[in-house]
Design a protein around this ligand. Structure first.
Ligand SMILES: Cc1cc2nc3c(=O)[nH]c(=O)nc-3n(C[C@H](O)[C@H](O)[C@H](O)COP(=O)(O)OP(=O)(O)OC[C@H]3O[C@@H](n4cnc5c(N)ncnc54)[C@H](O)[C@@H]3O)c2cc1C
Length: 232
């Protein structure tokens, strides 16, 4: 039933020429999502990208998974839509692994997640003939790193296969600056019942404050802009 629903969504999106981004979830339910998403890519990502899968780079197996998906895309001749995130369920994952006594799928530390996230960006940029990339991050360095890689390789910042995204209401300083230099950029707008959406946004806001100094800088920029508008 779920596959039928997904098929209808992808058919509709393909007709209307818009993308479908499938979110990544907890590792214990992710495998069927990956399988179904790859099936949809094989069907719809012929010559242009419609469907994107999400890879959480806080998982230590995802860089290899990205390379395996790329091989599959080459062999089966489809475009690999790849949305890169760091991952949102770190504590839940670690807790469950400990309780159920299996090896945690999560990287040992933040530096390892950052390393794999940036390596995945580099892998995608180096294979844009076959990969369509979305960098979904509020991390200033990762966004800057992507633009630097494009420039180093002599590719335009508005490369049609490279997109950036931040959540609506967060990290506008990153979104606006990317847009200003010509990058394709969008805001993710979560919607749904308040009881689901507010906790979701709270988790994202907490994560944003994990990068030292970044939230303080964003707040200072918002205050500065408010002041400018009042004076204008
Ligand atoms: C447009 C958009 C779409 C998203 N879609 C999804 C999705 O489909 N699925 C999903 O799971 N998440 C999704 N997220 C959330 C994302 O996974 C991150 O939780 C969030 O963006 C914070 O990471 P960051 O790259 O912005 O920045 P940062 O603040 O640099 O990174 C924080 C992240 O680093 C990782 N981390 C922190 N401490 C450690 C540690 N000690 N060890 C290992 N890793 C650590 C965690 O993943 C944490 O969330 C999305 C985010 C955006 C902006």
């Amino acid at each position: 039933k779920m596959q039928q629903r997904l098929l209808r969504i992808c058919e509709d999106a393909s007709e209307k020429k818009v993308g479908v981004f499938i979110d990544a979830e907890q590792s214990w339910i992710q495998d069927p999502i990956d399988v179904m998403t790859i099936l949809m890519m094989e069907k719809f990502n012929r010559g242009r990208v419609v469907v994107y899968n999400t890879l959480q780079m806080y998982r230590h197996d995802r860089l290899q998974f990205l390379q395996d998906c790329y091989e599959a895309a080459v062999q089966r001749n489809f475009i690999l839509g790849t949305k890169l995130v760091r991952g949102a369920y770190m504590e839940k994952e670690r807790k469950r692994a400990e309780q159920m006594n299996y090896t945690s799928p999560i990287q040992p530390d933040k530096a390892s997640t950052d390393r794999d996230f940036n390596s995945a960006i580099q892998f995608c940029i180096d294979h844009l003939d076959r990969i369509a990339l979305e960098v979904a991050s509020h991390n200033e360095y990762s966004n800057l790193f992507t633009t630097q890689l494009l420039q180093q390789r002599g590719m335009p910042l508005n490369h049609p296969s490279v997109h950036f995204s931040q959540l609506y209401g967060m990290s506008d300083n990153i979104t606006f600056n990317l847009a200003k230099v010509g990058c394709h950029v969008s805001k993710y707008l979560p919607f749904g019942p308040i009881k689901d959406v507010v906790p979701y946004l709270m988790r994202r806001a907490q994560e944003n404050s994990s990068v030292k100094g970044q939230t303080g800088r964003e707040l200072a920029l918002i205050k500065k802009e408010n002041k400018r508008r009042r004076l204008a």
